[in-house]
Design a protein around this ligand. Structure first.
Ligand SMILES: NC(=O)c1ccc[n+]([C@@H]2O[C@H](COP(=O)([O-])OP(=O)(O)OC[C@H]3O[C@@H](n4cnc5c(N)ncnc54)[C@H](OP(=O)(O)O)[C@@H]3O)[C@@H](O)[C@H]2O)c1
Length: 275
């Protein structure tokens, strides 16, 4: 029996993800923690990554107590060498990699003119470069296997801009571009790539960004959609932007007309002008 498994879950089971191996970034709390738990509950062995070793270890123990297979592997997704080690560690422990969930993320709610270069780099490096690095490391494994699923957690802020979220929106729009391009690139190789675009979700991130505002969704809503996309036979076309929960806006109050309101010109400020 693996030190990260249990006799119960090592038995061949009827659970749909039995035999599959997942790596989830940002699994120490919030949405990623729930995604990891739900993938494990469906039978997948899960490598949990984030920067905080202590929190990850606790999540891994909790997952094992619930009968799942999980390993905690601290990793900063901004650092290529750490990402390489995480994928290698996953292969050493579990022997394969079928599902990559790029969920690690950070955000800040402040006007662009007050955003420092360090803050911009931190958000872009975590949310966008981190997803690139993880995809680049995981893909050769999936290509060898001839199958795999990559799920990139973007945001409702990945298809619409919001005042105060310039760096965050830039990163999440980027995640959609990355997803659609990669999906095209590997469509013939049996690898499916998706972007999930949650509206507001009740997590530390949401509460830090918008204190006192209620989020439309809970982490379990996002995790449910992610698990569906991983199930064998799921019909969602690769490259899709998968909505989660209802079509709730990112925030409950309308953003147009906010302090950073938009111009009423014929071509609205913020429009992407097609040529
Ligand atoms: N909450 C929302 O309303 C909402 C809506 C749409 C999309 N999302 C997206 O959903 C994802 C999860 O967000 P959340 O709300 O669950 O946020 P959260 O509660 O703040 O959790 C973020 C996770 O990312 C990890 N992380 C941050 N920087 C990292 C790094 N450099 N390397 C590795 N891990 C890192 C954190 O762990 P450590 O700090 O220990 O590293 C933590 O596990 C993010 O991509 C976010 O943009 C959230």
């Amino acid at each position: 029996m693996s030190p990260h498994g249990s006799p119960h879950t090592d038995r061949p089971a009827e659970r749909p993800l039995s035999g599959k191996v997942a790596l989830v970034t940002g699994a120490s709390r919030g949405i990623g923690r729930r995604i990891a738990a739900d993938l494990a509950a469906q039978g997948a062995a899960v490598t949990l990554t984030a920067r905080s070793r202590e929190a990850l270890t606790e999540v891994a123990e909790e997952t094992r107590r619930a009968g799942g297979r999980a390993m905690a592997l601290p990793c900063d997704v901004r650092v290529a060498a750490r990402v390489k080690e995480a994928v290698r560690g996953c292969l050493t422990e579990f022997g394969r990699l079928d599902i990559l969930v790029n969920n690690a993320g950070v955000a800040a709610n402040k006007p662009l003119v007050e955003t420092s270069e360090e803050e911009w780099d931190s958000i872009l490096d975590t949310n966008l470069k981190g997803a690139f690095l993880c995809c680049r490391e995981a893909l050769p494994v999936m290509l060898r296997q001839g199958e795999g699923v990559i799920i990139n957690i973007s945001s409702a802020a990945g298809r619409q801009g919001f005042a105060g979220l310039s760096a965050y929106c830039a990163s999440k729009f980027g995640v959609i571009g990355l997803t659609e391009s990669l999906a095209e690139e590997v469509a013939e190789e049996g690898i499916r790539v998706f972007a999930v675009l949650p509206a507001g979700v009740d997590t530390d991130m949401w509460r830090g960004l918008f204190p006192g505002e209620e989020a439309a969704l809970k982490p379990e809503h996002i995790a449910r959609r992610v698990v569906e996309l991983c199930l064998p036979g799921d019909p969602t076309p690769t490259g899709s932007r998968a909505a989660t929960g209802n079509a709730a806006p990112l925030r409950s109050r309308a953003i147009v007309g906010s302090a950073w309101g938009r111009s009423p010109a014929a071509v609205g400020s913020g429009s992407a002008a097609l040529m």
